[in-house]
Design a protein around this ligand. Structure first.
Ligand SMILES: C[S@@+](CC[C@H](N)C(=O)[O-])C[C@H]1O[C@@H](n2cnc3c(N)ncnc32)[C@H](O)[C@@H]1O
Length: 383
């Protein structure tokens, strides 16, 4: 007689990563989907039925990538490690043919170095060698299977990357202007400030239009993963019918247009062209106009939300003008957008925070492209 089944064999355990500082936004998003996220450093853990990884990739706007746990064990020496790796059931994610890439991270581990894991994995899986992948964060990935071995002390966690290309690559932003914001960071900021799509949204320095397209998709309840492919589509256990059903449901839930206006301005005409084409690819219409932030007024009656990612002064000749530009942005917010809320992401620099001068603003630490930044929020928003 077959032994009793003590757990649902297809239940999934996921680790969903996000950018530093966006863990609360990701947790809130996952909870709003009806899931029970557990917030941890760098992301959330999720558990659920088979296919949860498909929904997580399709629907979470602030996720960088979705990892599916395939095994956990403890090991002391390399022989045991080889046996443990050989005993893993990888059949859901690997057909045993094209060799997977392997990313290894060691934390407070007695394992002397990643080579021990690479060698043990090659031996265990009958490969001449495994292809080494760097750390998978909000970059890296790409086509083919990537397995991740995380070693914490003597505890090994093995996961498969289900996303492939990082999730900020939605598929609509095929051109960028200078210093574009990650789509995931833009979506996270909108969530942290409590944007629901019911109020007008203005970006006075919109560049390639990331805040506005992400805001439009949030307002339309359009899933962020509808335009792109994912690594899980190449897994042996890929359920194509279930995936088609999930995408069809997400398409059906999306509203045809955002409820409120989305206005973008920039001093650079080329950036506005980029924003317009990105918006077209995303299927949204934005009101875009060339304007200097120094003279901008609210285009519609408020209250509404102003979001901005002003220049950081990383380019030659830009740095000395920055305090004046930030003072001008602050003046515009106070005089031209009275009663509106604002969310401004700027470098963690006391001179610029002072120049912006937003009394009573809450300040949250975030990172943008590896740079320490502050997110200043005025009005009421979620923390
Ligand atoms: C960091 S970029 C914004 C990037 C944008 N968030 C994106 O995702 O593409 C800053 C933008 O501010 C614009 N800018 C600089 N000075 C300006 C001014 N005085 N008025 C309006 N826009 C200005 C630049 O042209 C640039 O597009």
């Amino acid at each position: 007689m077959a032994p009793p089944v003590t757990h649902a064999p297809h239940d999934e355990q996921l680790f969903v990563s996000t950018l530093p500082g966006l863990e609360p936004a990701l947790e809130a998003e996952a909870a709003a989907q009806g899931w029970s996220p557990r917030r941890v450093d760098g992301g959330v853990e999720l558990e659920g039925p088979a296919g949860l990884h498909q929904d997580a990739n399709l629907r979470l706007r602030t996720a960088s990538r979705v990892l599916l746990r395939v095994g956990r064990f403890r090991a002391g020496d390399s022989d045991t490690l080889t046996d443990q790796l050989a005993a893993l059931d990888l059949s859901r994610v690997w057909d045993g043919r094209a060799p997977p890439k392997l990313s290894v991270s060691l934390h407070r581990s007695p394992v002397p170095g990643p080579d021990v894991v690479f060698d043990a994995a090659a031996y265990a899986w009958g490969l001449p060698a495994v292809e080494r992948a760097g750390p998978l964060d909000d970059e890296g990935g790409g086509p083919g299977l990537t397995l991740l071995v995380r070693v914490e002390g003597d505890a090994f966690t093995v996961s498969a990357d289900t996303s492939g290309e990082p999730l900020h690559r939605r598929g609509y932003r095929q051109e960028v202007s200078r210093a574009p914001l990650r789509e995931t960071l833009a979506a996270g900021i909108l969530r942290l400030v409590g944007y629901t799509g019911a109020e007008p949204l203005v970006d006075p320095m919109c560049g390639s239009g990331t805040f506005l397209v992400e805001g439009a998709w949030m307002a339309m309840r359009r899933a962020p993963g509808l335009l792109r492919a994912f690594a899980f589509e190449t897994f042996p256990a890929f359920d194509a019918a279930a995936w088609a059903g999930r995408k069809a449901r997400a398409e059906a839930e999306a509203l045809p247009s955002p409820g409120a206006a989305l206005h973008g301005y920039d001093i650079n005409a080329g950036s506005l062209g980029t924003a317009r084409r990105n918006a077209r690819r995303a299927g949204v219409t934005l009101a875009l106009e060339r304007r200097d932030v120094r003279t901008l007024q609210a285009p519609v009656e408020g209250p509404g939300l102003v979001v901005a990612n002003p220049p950081y002064g990383k380019r030659v000749g830009e740095a000395e003008d920055l305090p004046a530009l930030y003072r001008a942005l602050g003046n515009t917010l106070r005089s031209g957008f009275t009663g509106w809320r604002a969310a401004i992401i700027l470098p963690d620099d006391a001179t610029l925070v002072k120049a912006l001068d937003l009394p009573g603003a809450r300040s949250l630490p975030v990172r943008n492209g590896g740079l320490r930044c502050r997110l200043l929020l005025t009005g009421s928003g979620m923390t």
